[in-house]
Design a protein around this ligand. Structure first.
Ligand SMILES: CC/C=C\C/C=C/C(=O)SCCNC(=O)CCNC(=O)[C@H](O)C(C)(C)COP(=O)(O)OP(=O)(O)OC[C@H]1O[C@@H](n2cnc3c(N)ncnc32)[C@H](O)[C@@H]1OP(=O)(O)O
Length: 719
């Protein structure tokens, strides 16, 4: 709702009240309409201030209402009434003014912001556009180029930047409502014609056609099939080329298309999934609501390779003191230089001072003596990690949390090697660790809920989407990825090319297909793991037996490509060819195509025609099927956990909502039917056999994704 009071005798004060972010629900909109009427009809009131309760102006339209039937007064006429008011309307912005919240403020005649306020139009991240007049008012207020930037990216700006751009009229360090009331009194009675943004002409840059074409090219390049960024450009173009009323009509049309597209629903699901993963739980029942994190003020990072350096930067940027430890002098010096320049670059981007003095460097592991938490990031080798953990257990103060950054190793085995296994958790960072948004927090059988809570809180502080998952080979992300990549290899054997597979996946919305991604990350990484597991066997055998491991189909194609020294971009050759080692532009490679032909001939395989639909179904449904197994095994607590991991760590397109959400939109019966079909066609691939949980969900009427947790809970309680 909204509370109406009078301030300083002559100012009507409307306070939005809808915790926690004062979202513009139907009730709030109705209350705004009612209180504005009261203020405008009260002859004693000379001007009006709109503010939000609890230091937060407004987080925008109530996203939860988007799924259902819209009730209550619509936003657009409400904001028009505010703009048309004959008394000065002043927005007092503390905390967040986002989306519809900022659009409401743009309807006011003046905007006063606190120095810590954050303003933006992030609708594009929810698959929408600022359709309460924001796409038409903002360009009129700050010009087309800046409006395009903010609206197409959803970028949130500080009060200082908002002042510089002309979004707000004044920034205060003091009480914002007091400042706004004082300001409102000072402008009472002044003419308002020049303050109604909708009446401003939109400043049109001389080269506006080129500007919009460039903006469209840019969003099409990065949107990967997402509709909202394109619609945002179209809406701003309407602001620049049409009168306000017609621009509003265009905004409405574009919004209607987005609203019913399915992409908005997917992105809004991701928004809530991101929040849901914070409410983590462990199979014991312990979770976020029962486990208190330990305070972490000082942390250590052991091992300053690529991952260790990124983790050091991420920790220092969070405000922690960090001891960065590397035993080799030369590597320590190199790492120090690299960390310094990463921090300096980051600070320059943010316009802040680099956090260089938060880090101390040491060659001595005993420097961990006074830290609260250690993140070990040495080479992925169990014996080496066990030795490091043995030393940490000797030198750390009691209660220090011991985290291992690993993408594959067994967290329980590592914990067993320490006297306090309850203090051990996995923290699977993604490279580059200071940039990538995902963190898998891996709890072992004996990890204490407090240790998990501490790692989860630290992840959140680092700005990561942190997901608590159980311990198994590959955890959640890599366990599912293995099957996706494996299907891509099988498709090559059956007649596909890397270009076909990558083309289908990139058209789906991945930034890179399997093979371009493998070239980027290095083919040798997986080869080393397969060799260690005894799967990759040197030398070329032929016939079917060469393609079987432990009774299941195996493709040695990746191993054979590696045997040629083709490790991807770094060697200038991989699944594609590159101009030179390190170059990034992938070109089709005739060598690879003839290698595939010879391979098929040697193994008696007849190439068949494969279409993009089959590529998608094989790769994506195999991945989704493993996701169901992960849920069945209790490694992830719900589909949201898996979806957040895939959207934030594996390039899954957000507008498709993550793999489990995607499966629900395809329809679980269809996913089941296609998996059954492919399993029948490939009985030597047991992973294609549909998971029991998937069958169970289909048998129980394919409930919507938000109800899967109930089915899984029931399933686990029956075991
Ligand atoms: C015809 C006109 C139609 C449309 C035009 C307008 C469209 C819009 O306005 S769309 C909404 C645009 N706003 C946003 O995208 C902001 C979304 N919110 C956030 O980014 C953040 O929540 C925040 C920065 C405002 C606050 O962050 P933080 O303090 O970290 O809190 P949480 O994110 O954990 O949020 C707390 C709690 O609030 C729920 N919530 C937040 N924003 C909204 C919202 N706009 N509508 C509904 N609910 C919202 C959030 O889900 C959390 O609750 P749960 O933990 O229960 O999920």
């Amino acid at each position: 709702m909204a509370q109406y009071t009078r301030a300083s005798g002559f100012v009507g004060l409307i306070t939005l009240q809808n915790p926690p972010v004062n979202a513009l629900s139907a009730v709030v909109r109705q209350a705004i309409v009612d209180t504005v009427k009261i203020a405008l009809s009260d002859p004693k009131v000379k001007s009006v201030v709109i503010c939000g309760q609890n230091g937060n102006f407004c987080g925008g339209a109530d996203i939860k209402e988007f799924g259902g039937e819209m009730t209550g007064p619509p936003l657009i006429p409400m904001i028009h009434a505010i703009e048309a008011a004959n008394k000065p309307m002043v927005a007092a912005i503390e905390g967040n003014a986002l989306g519809g919240g900022l659009e409401l403020a743009l309807g006011c005649h003046y905007r006063i912001a606190h120095s810590k306020a954050r303003l933006g139009l992030p609708e594009v991240t929810l698959g929408l556009l600022p359709a309460a007049g924001g796409s038409q008012r903002l360009p009129r207020l700050i010009g087309v180029p800046d409006a395009l930037d903010l609206i197409t990216t959803g970028r949130i700006v500080t009060a200082a930047e908002a002042l510089r751009l002309g979004i707000v009229d004044q920034v205060t360090e003091h009480n914002t409502v007091d400042a706004a009331v004082k300001f409102a009194l000072s402008v009472a009675g002044q003419p308002l014609d020049a303050r109604r943004i909708s009446t401003f002409p939109c400043p049109r840059p001389p080269d506006s056609d080129a500007l919009f074409e460039e903006a469209m090219r840019k969003v099409r390049g990065s949107a990967r099939g997402a509709m909202a960024p394109v619609a945002c450009v179209q809406a701003v173009r309407a602001a620049a080329t049409l009168p306000y009323e017609r621009g509003m009509e265009r905004e409405k049309e574009l919004m209607a298309t987005l609203f019913t597209s399915g992409q908005a629903r997917a992105l809004q699901y991701v928004f809530f999934a991101q929040r849901a993963v914070g409410r983590w739980s462990m199979p014991s029942g312990a979770g976020w609501d029962t486990s208190k994190p330990r305070p972490v003020n000082k942390a250590a990072v052991i091992g300053l390779g690529t991952m260790g350096r990124g983790i050091t930067v991420a920790l220092a940027q969070t405000g922690l003191s960090v001891v960065a430890i590397e035993t080799q002098e030369k590597q320590l010096m190199e790492a120090k230089q690299a960390v310094t320049s990463m921090l300096e670059r980051g600070a320059k981007r943010r316009g802040a001072a680099p956090a260089l003095d938060r880090i101390s460097y040491s060659r001595n592991i005993q420097a961990v003596a006074d830290v609260d938490l250690v993140i070990e990031a040495v080479f992925e080798d169990m014996a080496l990690k066990l030795e490091v953990f043995r030393q940490l257990s000797a030198f750390c103060k009691p209660g220090t949390l011991l985290c291992t950054n690993t993408s594959a190793l067994d967290v329980d085995e590592l914990a067993r090697g320490t006297p306090n296994p309850e203090l051990v958790v996995g923290m699977h960072f993604f490279a580059p660790a200071h940039v990538m948004k995902l963190l898998e927090v891996v709890y072992g059988k004996r990890s204490s809920p407090q240790a998990v809570a501490t790692a989860m809180q630290l992840g959140k502080k680092m700005g990561k989407a942190s997901v608590a998952v159980g311990n198994c080979r590959g955890f959640v992300g890599n366990r599912m990825l293995r099957l996706y990549v494996e299907q891509a290899f099988f498709l090559l054997e059956e007649g596909a090319t890397p270009e076909l597979v990558d083309g289908a996946l990139e058209e789906f919305g991945f930034p890179m297909g399997v093979f371009r991604m493998s070239d980027l990350s290095g083919l040798d990484v997986g080869w080393r793991t397969r060799k260690a597991a005894g799967q990759a066997q040197p030398g070329e055998a032929s016939g079917q037996s060469a393609r079987i491991r432990n009774g299941s189909r195996y493709s040695p194609i990746g191993d054979l490509v590696c045997e040629q020294g083709r490790f991807g971009q770094k060697t200038g050759r991989g699944w594609y060819q590159y101009d030179k080692p390190g170059s990034r532009v992938a070109r089709s490679d005739p060598w690879l195509h003839s290698f595939l032909e010879q391979y098929r001939a040697r193994h008696g395989l007849v190439a068949r025609s494969i279409d993009r639909q089959e590529v998608l179904e094989r790769c994506l449904y195999a991945l989704v099927n493993e996701g169901f197994r992960i849920l069945e095994d209790g490694i992830a607590a719900g589909p949201e956990d898996i979806d957040v991991i895939y959207v934030f760590g594996y390039g899954w397109p957000g507008h498709r909502g993550g793999p489990m959400f995607y499966a629900s939109t395809v329809g679980l019966p269809k996913v089941l039917e296609r998996l059954e079909h492919y399993h029948q066609a490939h009985p030597d691939v047991p992973d294609l056999q549909p998971c029991g949980l998937l069958r169970r969900l289909v048998a129980s009427g394919s409930p919507p994704v938000h109800r899967w947790r109930e089915v899984i809970k029931k399933l686990h309680s029956q075991l």
